[in-house]
Write a protein that binds this ligand. Structure first.
Ligand code: ATP
Ligand code: MG
Length: 343
């Protein structure tokens, strides 16, 4: 009797396992990761890897929109994987792979580019923000099509959930539109994926910019030492009305307070009161959060050191992730061809 019920349990479990929803989420290999990447997306990837079947993409084709140096992109990809692994991505559960190694991304991107108008892509607010922030004078065709390639990335793996920062939400909306359009035209092949945001979906930068971003040079890298974190925080912009200790400040306009909310949640009431009354000066407030951020990153730092000195292991993990991703991509592309009667 005992044996049968155990068998039944295993069967039931395997059905549940097969019905797990899938996550597809990626990042561009633009260098080492910063706190924005961690709190906006990566932490969600790690915490959801048991509940979902996770696939993580190194968007090296997407990175070509702003950097054509492929050797640099390769090194950046390895650096980024080291950060992912150090943050807790489990390679046994979550395959990691480069977009450029799976040819189906390009094929599906081309098909999807027939299903969306240029006017729709020109309205994309994320593109508008990037053009402004990076001072881009002439937008390349690939940049306009960025969300179309991203739609192919997500739908090739039939991703149901996409954990991303707030700037990516318009792209997920475009992905849903393309999936709907394809399904209407050729039959039901794709799910309509949903974005999943964290509480800190847009972490501000040290200069007061609303988004911490590599291109704005306002970041704290996950790999930085406690001393580097301190010296960066010293220069952080705070409430301009609070010039010296004793002045009353406004936590709601201060990025350092946002960092307290994330990295020092148990003391926020005290920090808020001290800032408003003037009893807490900005230097003390910054040093408090610097040490909290350092503590937060301690386990990460240790794991990072391990992978930095075991890069061949990282490359093996990448290779095996790419083999797994290739299988799924080929399977979906075969379904697409059948649905489109391109067999
Ligand atoms: P950078 O400009 O620093 O290279 P990025 O936004 O171009 O950053 P992506 O590879 O496009 O980097 O983004 C990776 C993921 O991290 C996306 O889901 C993005 O929304 C998220 N992300 C990036 N910066 C932040 C931030 N400051 N706050 C929250 N999430 C962020
Ligand atoms: Mg981006």
């Amino acid at each position: 009797m005992e044996a049968i019920s155990l068998y039944e349990l295993t069967l039931k479990d395997s059905v549940v396992l097969q019905n797990k929803k899938r996550i597809l989420s990626g990042m561009r290999p633009t260098g080492k990761l910063h706190l924005g990447h961690l709190v906006g997306a990566l932490e969600n990837w790690v915490s959801l890897q048991n509940e979902y079947e996770n696939y993580h993409l190194i968007a090296d084709y997407h990175a070509l929109t702003t950097n054509l140096d492929t050797e640099e992109l390769y090194q950046n990809s390895i650096d980024m994987m080291i950060d992912w692994l150090a943050a807790g991505i489990d390679p046994g559960k979550s395959p990691m792979f480069r977009q450029s190694q799976i040819k189906e991304h390009a094929e599906l991107f081309m098909i999807f580019s027939m299903l969306i108008t240029t006017a729709r892509l020109e309205r994309n607010p994320t593109l508008k923000d990037q053009v402004r922030d990076l001072n881009i004078e002439n937008v390349i065709y690939g940049h306009l099509g960025y969300p179309v390639l991203q739609s192919a990335d997500i739908l090739l793996y039939k991703g149901n959930i996409v954990p991303v920062g707030e700037d990516q939400v318009p792209h997920i909306e475009i992905t849903r539109e393309i999936a709907r359009r394809f399904n209407q035209q050729y039959g039901d092949v794709f799910p309509e994926p949903e974005a999943k945001l964290t509480k800190f979906a847009r972490l501000p930068g040290l200069d007061g910019n609303i988004k911490m971003s590599k291109s704005a040079g306002n970041t704290i890298l996950l790999s930085e030492s406690p001393d580097e974190i301190k010296s960066k925080l010293k220069k952080a912009v705070t409430d301009p009305q609070k010039i010296r200790k004793g002045d009353s400040g406004r936590p709601e306009v201060c990025l350092v307070f946002t960092y307290h909310q994330k990295f020092n949640p148990t003391e926020t009431a005290e920090i808020d009161a001290g800032c408003r009354s003037g009893a807490l000066g900005c230097v003390d407030c910054k040093m408090k959060v610097a040490s909290k951020i350092s503590n937060y990153l301690n386990p990460f730092r240790e794991k990072r050191m391990y992978y930095e000195s075991h890069q061949s292991e990282v490359k093996e993990i990448l290779k095996s992730g790419e083999e797994q991703a290739k299988q799924l991509a080929a399977q979906t592309m075969a379904e697409v061809r059948t649905a489109m009667k391109l067999g």
